[in-house]
Design a protein around this ligand. Sequence first.
Ligand code: HEM
Length: 472
Amino acid sequence: SRKPHNYPPGPPWLPIVGSLPYLQSFSKRVGQPQHIVLQEMCKHWNTDVLGLKVGEQLLIAVCKYPLIKKMLDNEIYNARPNNFFGKLRTIGSGPGITCAEGKLWLEQKRFIVRHLHDIGLGKEIMEEKIRDEIEEIAYAIDEQNGEIEIGRHVQLAVINLIWFLVAGTRIKKDDVQFVRLLELLEQRSKAFDMAGGKLSHFPWLRFIAPQAVGYNLIKGLNVELKEFLMESIEDHQRSWVEGNESDLMYSFITQMKSEEGLSSNFTKDQLLMVCLDLFVAGAHSTSSTLDYAFLMMLLHDDIQMKVQAVLDSNFPKDHKFTYPDWRKIPYIQAVLLEVQRYCSVIPIASRRVYKDVVLEGYKIPKDTTVLLNLQSVLMDKSIWGDPEVFRPDRFLDDDRVTTHDEFVPFSTGRRRCLGEPFARTCLFIFFVEILRKYSIVPVKNKPLPTATPSPGIISLPQRYTAQFMRRS
Ligand code: HEM
């Protein structure tokens, strides 16, 4: 239990459990999600680099911007942790993308980015698909007289859109297979939420008692998810024809065929893992951001009215929004940037150092887990002045959208999010189409929801119902 020589400052260690008991009592006292606890501990130990040991695992947490940026740009920090969360996602033998490393990771990432772009991004067909989804949501809103939990509907829509990128089909909501996929993803995220619930008091538990946080349940669901995805992959293999690159599965299979007989990383198992990674990384992150965007409009009536006035005065009523429209309406772009800053749905990027490294004079041994606190950057007083205030104007200068290096909701460096273009298109079109059609107001006789997230790996807004009133 001796600390390595020149390890970053932090709480004392005990044999076997490391700093766990201290972490537990500290987080209980703070009573906030994990990323806030880490920030408070950095303050308490008066350090930008906090040194911990959780069970057997060395772990450092970093909360300061220039330092985080430096680390994200340094390839030594580009590996992913070896902990049980990594294992949780393993449903096949392929490394996928999120946890792939080295040359294989770069090769696969390049391939996926290029093909996702070719399939749908920036193309009319994707925007058409998004509008189809919005039409269904509008139908659901009207059917329920406007009183609706929009988050649920947005979640289904985003999953369907990712499915379109991956497997090319638009699935009807009552399709037996799709219903099953939704159930599986939902159960999976519930299992994670359960873990989140426990983690709110014992965020460190997951490292030492995986069963207690739903590990086995998730393993079981993985088996079924694997069967589901494999079935679609095999369908694609049967119907594959030369030159059809209309979805990621076909493109990947084309690559598999061209590398047949060689020692290739393009295998069926790898395709399976890539598909799962896209769902896991893309679905909840995107739909929660949208859910938050609508919640912020509910809570900030004045901003909502301004958004609608901007839309009304810039576009005719029957205008079909496309992504490039954002250029005409910088205010709306600023609102969406502020939603992403304020709500930081993925508060922490988790990494691992693949070899010994010196950081700010401290020695960090090989394989130490590194938690980069993105939320602390998006909420840093010295960067934003009044980070606790929801204020879209901070992203405007003379009616032009300003960029900030410190705006890192998608992280930065080579390991950054690959879904950003898709997420941005989704956010923009959903947001403007819904706000043009509806005003969002509180449900009568119900308390106003709060913006406090429910705890978990992803910061989800608490479930809320709002009244969506058709605008004339
Ligand atoms: C608003 C929505 C989203 C947010 C805020 C978000 C944020 C992030 C963040 C913070 C990371 C960690 C990067 C790091 O370790 O430095 C990440 C990774 C990743 N995201 Fe996203 N993401 C979003 C949407 C999506 C979508 C739609 C997809 C795919 C369809 C996606 C796919 C991925 C993948 C595959 C990775 C792992 C990249 C790698 O390890 O190289 N994300 N995302």
